[in-house]
Structure formats: structure tokens, C-alpha cells
Design a protein around this ligand. Structure first.
Ligand SMILES: [Zn+2]
Length: 311
């Protein structure tokens, strides 16, 4: 990284950080932990402190906010959050090389809500989870183990020109991890231009309404391999039906230089890569001990093997 480019990026990330009011910060991270957990070492920390990085205390007792640290990582391409973003972009790139007869399998496991009871467990999924699914979309592999199949998108879908204004509005926003209190604060977005996935989704729903576009907010899993990520996006109604749109994330990944806009322009739908699911419905009961419930655990994502063609 060129020195001038580096200091510009430090300046930019600090500018965004200072847009978040101090009242939302939790100064819990020490300087040694900044290095250990977020790869922010002493030379960079000095530069950040000179630029006005918010902190509590002084000298060796300084404490920093964990969200600030993650945003610094995103802005400067370092640390764990950055690696997650790279994982997303790798999933996007690989998605186009899956082949038409493959797809994803989200593996789920159940644990008994009341272990130690007499007899074997008899698990049942939350009926609200399975109600909207095709019959073989979520299958039991063995007792307590399930596979949720996500068919790949056969062809890329690009939102047509009438969605341009909405999509361009999303790409102007800057990706910034936000404290819980700000993730639905559209006034904060309007005054700062910053958003996370949840706030960008609320904004896109509002803008759609103003532009006369039929939209609905969605939440669920972005199915990167080997682990999916909880995520939020919008679905837009087109002449060919509902399609998930994620111009905010695609715009951010492109700006960070880790996704090729020629392959994944913001107007490309992420269908085949996202699984709408309400996390509160990922639950099972054990009919041996009803009515206790427990969470279904996401064990990971794997690629579906292509079906062998009958000869
Ligand atoms: Zn049981």
C-alpha cells in the first residue's frame, strides 16, 4: 500500500468513526488486545490516535471501542472482519463456477432441549419454519440432522433500468458497522451516509416506496462456504417476480477492491446465494419431552455434489 493512499484511508475511516456519537461506544479493548484481536499494531495506533480515534483513559490504560476496531479493519483491509468480507467475495466469485447441476447445502443439527430423558429423542422442526418451503427443500438426513438445499441460480439476473435510481442510491452509502441503537435510525443514515446491512435495508424499503417500486425487507443467511453469515437485504418485485437485491453490499465489496464489478455489478441479483429465514424459527422440539424447544445449530455449508445423469 502506498504511504499516501494509506494515510488517506486512515483519514477516511476516522472521519466515519467520528460520525458515530460517543454515547454508543463501549471502551473495553486495551491496546495489546487491539493488536491481538484486530491486528492494529503500535505504529498504526499512533497514527489513529493522532487522527483523533475515540478512546477512554490515557497512556497504557487507554481503552478502545470494539466496533471502531472492526471498522478500522474494514477500512484498512486488516483483521478478522476483513477476512469475513473476503470470504463473502470469494463465495460470489465461486458461485459462477458451480455448474448448473450443483448448489449449496446448509447443514443443521438439533440438540435435545431436555437431554437425559428416557428413550430416544424425537425431533420436530418448528412448523413456522417449514410452512413456506418446498417439500424437499429442508430434509432430515438422520435423527437430529437436517440439510437445507439451496438450488443455484441458473443464470444471473440483472435488475432492469427502472431500478437504476434505487440501486445507485444504495451504492452511494458507506458500509460501517453500527451499534445496535443506530441500525434502524434512518435520520442517522441521511445525515452521515453511513449504513450497515440492516439500516441499508430499511433505507431501500423506504426509497422503493418513494420510487413506486414494490419491495420487502428480508433477513437470513448469505450462504458462503464453509460457514454462512446472518445478513439483511431487500427483495424487489420485477416483471419476472421477486428477486433479492443487495446493491449496498456489492457496492461496498467493489469499493474495497475485493469483488469485480464486471462480474458482480450492484444491479445483479444475489438469488441462489441467500436464504431468507427468520432466525427465531430455527428451532426444534423433542416430542419425547415437549413443550421445551432448542435452537437448531448451523453446522456449516457444503457444496452439493452434481447429480449423475442417468445413462
Ligand atoms: Zn430429546
Amino acid at each position: 500500500m502506498h504511504a499516501t493512499d494509506g494515510s488517506t484511508r486512515v483519514h477516511d475511516v476516522l472521519e466515519h468513526i467520528r460520525m458515530v456519537p460517543d454515547q454508543y461506544r463501549e471502551f473495553t479493548v486495551s491496546a495489546p488486545d487491539l493488536l491481538r484481536l484486530y491486528r492494529i499494531g503500535p505504529p498504526l495506533l499512533d497514527q489513529l490516535l493522532d487522527g483523533g480515534l475515540p478512546h477512554d483513559g490515557s497512556g497504557n490504560d487507554r481503552r478502545f471501542d470494539p466496533l471502531d476496531a472492526e471498522n478500522i479493519g474494514l477500512g484498512l483491509s486488516i483483521g478478522p472482519r476483513w477476512r469475513i468480507m473476503r470470504g463473502w467475495s470469494e463465495s460470489l466469485v465461486r458461485h459462477d463456477h458451480l455448474g448448473t447441476r450443483s448448489g449449496y447445502r446448509v447443514n443443521l443439527t438439533a440438540a435435545c432441549p431436555a437431554p437425559g430423558h428416557h428413550g430416544p429423542c424425537d425431533f420436530a422442526l418448528d412448523p413456522a419454519l417449514t410452512a413456506d418451503l418446498a417439500p424437499d427443500e429442508l430434509c432430515r438426513v438422520e435423527p437430529g440432522s437436517y440439510a437445507w438445499t439451496l438450488a443455484p441460480a441458473r443464470d444471473p439476473f440483472y435488475f432492469p433500468a427502472q431500478f437504476n435510481e434505487l440501486i445507485n442510491a444504495a451504492t452511494k452509502l458507506r458500509f460501517h458497522l453500527l451499534p445496535q441503537e443506530l441500525t434502524s435510525d434512518l435520520e442517522f443514515l441521511r445525515t452521515t451516509g453511513l449504513a450497515d446491512c440492516k439500516l441499508a435495508t430499511a433505507y431501500l424499503v423506504q426509497r422503493s416506496r418513494e420510487l413506486g417500486i414494490n419491495s420487502r425487507p428480508r433477513g437470513g443467511l448469505f450462504v458462503s462456504v464453509p460457514f454462512p453469515v446472518w445478513h439483511g437485504w431487500v427483495e424487489l418485485h420485477t416483471d419476472s417476480g421477486w428477486y433479492p437485491a443487495d446493491p449496498f453490499l456489492l457496492g461496498a465489496l467493489t469499493r474495497w477492491g475485493i469483488t469485480d464489478a464486471a462480474q458482480w455489478p450492484p444491479k445483479r441479483s444475489t438469488h441462489g446465494l441467500v436464504l431468507p429465514v427468520d432466525s427465531s424459527r430455527l428451532r426444534v422440539t423433542c416430542r419425547a419431552v415437549e413443550p421445551a424447544t432448542s435452537r437448531l445449530r448451523i453446522a456449516g455449508v457444503s457444496y452439493l455434489k452434481p447429480h449423475r445423469r442417468p445413462t
